[in-house]
Design a protein around this ligand. Structure first.
Ligand code: FB9
Length: 496
């Protein structure tokens, strides 16, 4: 507390009670808020003073009112702009700001007169030799918080002219309390070891703990917005009973990323224009060879009711190491592992992790993104189940207006693009892709006849950019990211 100011308040109060804090502020020539601060501090020390709150109404100048206080009223400026020989009205209107209101008020005040028959149009002349600018005087008094003598009519007039605005504020009627005293012992804020050892604490007063005070915001790490959104999507999958897949391998063989998904080796997505190939180690060497042979066969001559692609499948092509182009590479590994179990049990898996594509870069696309993928494997799953689980997933995001459009994926048949109606853009926007994995993918794994696997995917970046209103993906990811954006963005809550 400002101890000197507190002492002044107590001294003045001891000789002049009761007194309102507004009057006390004028007497002590300090800002009213400082007096209020001292009152609050004194109240926290016990019954030293009584402070009865009073609600007050006052006036303060608007910016225009401050201009009038400084330079004079609009009508006074108009009066002083008129030369002795008069001035054409049209010319007068260009001389000072707010000339129109100034001229009208000057006419009302009888300061000026107009000769409408003057040659060349209406001419304005002074009607008096000098004026008293009462408006400016009032503005200056209001500026000094001295409203004495200013009538209600004048206040209403100035409010109407937008020169002043009404303000409401609290003040306090002070009087001496039961424990009134003129001096306040300095309050200690810390109990030191020295005070304890010397016993000096006994003669001191201590500031009460303010248990409502907020703690100091600790400087700590902050989750990147992408990671906040990932946590939200992860929570949705967990609520739906899905188990997270292990995605901790960015490098994958073409075999697991493409071949097991029945994606032919000539597919354009498999060339260097779309995929990043690893130079060292360029090839993978460990495969389940019996499974590899079944994959080779289904590509080259078909099987399981499929005619295959009828090409000479190359193991060297399958061995090529790449940066995985989709998390479906992980899904294929997981489904293969399920197929190796002695007895099939239905599964629900999900993954959210980085994938890499050698694509053209633009404001919304980098050479990598986080793919979100959900997969369910069970007997007799249908397209209706796929539509149902996708509806349930997006409903947890607050999105209920979905449409499904037939599409093509090499590894799913049928496939569907998922669309949601964007109320802001007033149009349907693509929010994901989905499908039923082909038998040429599932059966070579060894999954039982009748077991289907339905899956869907979307990106993490698109919803994050929408959520945080980011237009350029480089503001979200990469070396140019403004880390303050990471600190400042609130906890992410996707609409439930
Ligand atoms: O995420 C996408 N769009 C999207 C998602 C969410 C969103 O807001 C949230 C709802 C609140 C807004 C938009 N898309 C997929 C659609 C487009 O953005 C598209 O232009 C970009 N796509 C990426 C790939 O493009 C190279 C998004 C990414 C994508 C596409 C397909 C899959 C995964 C990610 C898939 C799959 C799949 C299909 C079948 C079986 C298994 C996986």
């Amino acid at each position: 507390m400002a101890d000197e100011l507190a002492a002044s308040v107590l001294k003045y109060l001891s000789e002049n009670e009761p007194i309102d804090t507004q009057d006390l502020a004028k007497v002590l020539n300090v800002d009213h808020q400082k007096i209020v601060g001292v009152v609050k501090s004194l109240q926290s020390l016990g019954e030293i003073i009584n402070a009865e709150q009073r609600l007050n109404k006052s006036y303060e100048l608007t910016e225009e009112g401050k201009q009038v206080a400084e330079k004079g009223s609009h009508e006074a400026l108009i009066f002083h702009a008129i030369p002795d020989g008069g001035i054409p009205q049209a010319e007068l209107m260009k001389t000072v700001p707010n000339a129109k209101i100034g001229f009208s008020k000057a006419m009302q005040a009888g300061w000026v007169q107009m000769d409408k028959k003057s040659e060349g149009g209406p001419k304005v002349f002074k009607k008096v030799d000098k004026i008293e600018d009462s408006v400016q005087d009032c503005m200056r008094r209001i500026q000094d918080l001295n409203l004495d003598g200013i009538t209600d009519n004048q206040k209403n007039e100035y409010k109407k002219r937008k020169l002043v605005q009404e303000v409401k504020f609290a003040s306090y009627l002070l009087s001496k309390g039961a424990d009134f005293k003129l001096s306040i012992a300095k309050q200690e804020v810390d109990l030191t070891p020295e005070m304890i050892s010397k016993g000096s604490w006994k003669d001191k007063t201590f500031k009460e703990y303010n248990f409502n005070a907020l703690g100091v915001m600790p400087h700590c790490g902050h989750l990147h917005p992408l990671m906040k959104v990932r946590a939200e999507y992860r929570q949705i999958f967990l609520e739906m009973g899905f188990t997270e897949m292990p995605t901790n391998n960015f490098i994958e063989s073409s075999f697991w990323n493409f071949d097991v998904l029945f994606q032919p080796q000539q597919h354009p997505a498999r060339d260097a224009h779309d995929t990043f190939f690893i130079s060292d180690p360029a090839s993978a060497h460990t495969f389940p060879m019996d499974y590899l042979e079944r994959v080779k066969k289904v590509h080259s001559v078909g099987g399981y009711g499929s005619q295959g692609y009828k090409y000479d499948w190359s193991i060297d092509e399958a061995k090529k190491n790449i940066l995985r182009t989709h998390t479906t590479a992980v899904t294929s590994r997981m489904l293969y592992k399920v197929a190796q179990q002695p007895e099939f049990k239905p599964v629900k898996y999900f993954s959210i992790d980085r994938v890499f594509r050698n694509e053209n870069l633009d404001n919304t696309h980098l050479a990598e993104f986080h793919q979100i993928e959900g997969v369910v494997a069970d007997y007799g799953l249908t397209l209706g189940d796929l539509i149902g689980v996708i509806n349930e997933f997006f409903k947890k995001l607050g999105i209920t207006k979905l449409r499904f459009k037939p599409a093509y994926n090499p590894y799913t048949e049928p496939s569907m693009e998922v669309f949601s109606y964007h109320e802001g853009l007033k149009k349907w926007v693509e929010i994901g892709n989905s499908g039923i994995f082909r038998p040429e993918m599932l059966l070579p794994m060894g999954l039982p006849e009748g077991v289907n696997a339905i899956a869907w995917g979307l990106s993490l970046e698109r919803p994050t950019m929408i959520k945080y209103k980011i237009d350029n993906i480089r503001e979200l990811i990469g070396s140019k990211v403004n880390l303050q954006m990471v600190y400042d963005n609130p906890v992410c809550r996707l609409d439930k």
